[in-house]
Design a binder for this molecule. Structure first.
Ligand code: GMT
Length: 379
């Protein structure tokens, strides 16, 4: 039974603070739930970047990780479980909702065991590589399985990820698909001629890629796709984000002779202005459980050229809101981009269809309500 007023739920949301889709989604969920009057406690390894200003109904709890000469590695996971237990007990949580299975799911199990007097319910949201990579890593598999089996509810951000989870663990427990969401009031097309002139001073077309530049994102494919486009079109590629593959992408741009037209813009907190001026958004990932950046770009009416990898095929409607190609098929992706650059009507049509799809499937209002009903069902 939930405590307090019948409709108000006390929710703990545990997530990584670093910039990344799971942290962004968890933080946005917390903000929206707080605006609906719920009491939200964010438990994280740092200050989530979207929560620096005070917001009513949200308290942030940062995990204190002890250091001591004996510890070769700081015991983050144990400290996280203790912080979860502390928040469960001292704030009388009804629900503890963790984002990303490693290590959060197993830590939620431990925290509940540490809090026998508080009947908290636990929810695990699976985000992507917590399953597609870590579930197959034998040093982690058993802990992920335990976290999934022992939680009261499990959600996945796409059907593809739910399916992969059932396969990986050979389980048939219910996994509710709750798609990621986008704030349509914030992510909307806003023409900005000044910004566009600054980034495309000679009237070039603009391609945009946004990611954390990990190998899985295949950022060098984005550069190769662009080089194919530049053979025939005046264009520039905006690369937003930072990560281990950045240096290689830069070297590839030099080797392909397009470095002057590839702009590495680094990390940008709010990419909505760039999505809005992009002619095409590029996401050539190896795998993607959802691809939040593609949905944000669609909300800003940018057509998407991406790979048909995992959940991306649920986000991008092939031939309707963009085009999907096989992983690594840079020729096909270049051809799709050229087709879009040559046809402003097609771009505008796909852009509008993209926003309509986001409004239909990935709106914050609907998806936050879906989480809210899940919490209430757990009473
Ligand atoms: O799983 C990851 O690689 C990390 C995670 C994150 O925190 O950015 O990304 C995943 O979660 C996002 C939010 O649900 C999804 O949009 C991304 O597609 C997903 N990444 C992968 O599956 C590679």
């Amino acid at each position: 039974m939930f405590s307090g007023s019948e409709d108000i739920v006390r929710i703990g949301i545990a997530c990584y603070a670093s910039v990344g889709g799971s942290g962004v989604l968890a933080t946005e969920l917390g903000r929206k739930l707080a605006r609906r009057g719920h009491e939200v406690h964010i438990i994280s390894d740092g200050m989530p970047f979207r929560l620096s200003a005070f917001q009513e109904n949200i308290v942030v709890h940062v995990v204190d990780v002890p250091s001591y000469d004996v510890f070769r590695y700081p015991p983050f996971d144990v400290a996280l479980a203790c912080k979860m237990a502390d928040v469960i007990q001292n704030h009388a949580l009804d629900v503890l909702h963790v984002h990303y299975a490693v290590p959060f799911a197993a830590c939620a199990f431990l925290a509940r065991a540490m809090s026998p007097r508080r009947p908290v319910r636990t929810v695990v949201t699976l985000h992507g590589t917590d399953i597609s990579i870590h579930a197959y890593d034998l040093s982690l598999t058993a802990a992920i399985r335990l976290g999934i089996e022992k939680s009261d509810a499990v959600t996945a951000v796409s059907h593809s990820l739910a399916e992969e989870t059932r396969r990986a663990f050979d389980i048939d427990r219910p996994i509710e698909v709750i798609y990621n969401f986008v704030d349509l009031d914030h992510y909307k097309r806003r023409e900005d001629a000044v910004l566009r002139r600054h980034l495309a001073p000679n009237g070039e077309s603009l391609l945009l890629h946004v990611s954390n530049f990990r190998p899985i994102k295949r950022v060098t494919d984005a550069v190769k796709v662009f080089a194919g486009v530049r053979r025939t079109h005046r264009a520039r590629l905006l690369m937003v984000g930072d990560g281990p593959e950045l240096a290689r992408a830069r070297t590839d741009a030099q080797a392909l002779g397009v470095e002057e037209d590839v702009l590495f813009l680094g990390k940008v907190d709010d990419v909505s202005a760039l999505y809005s001026i992009a002619d095409v958004f590029l996401l050539p990932s190896e795998t993607e459980s959802f691809g939040l950046a593609a949905a944000e770009a669609m909300a800003c009416e940018a057509p998407v050229v991406a790979t048909a990898a995992g959940g991306l095929a649920e986000v991008v409607a092939d031939g309707e809101t963009g085009f999907l190609a096989e992983v690594g098929d840079v020729e096909a992706m270049s051809a799709y981009v050229r087709r879009l650059l040559d046809d402003p009507d097609l771009r505008a049509r796909m852009g509008r269809a993209g926003r309509a799809r986001v409004a239909r499937l990935f709106s914050a209002e609907a998806r936050v309500s879906q989480y809210e009903s899940l919490y209430k069902q757990l009473q």
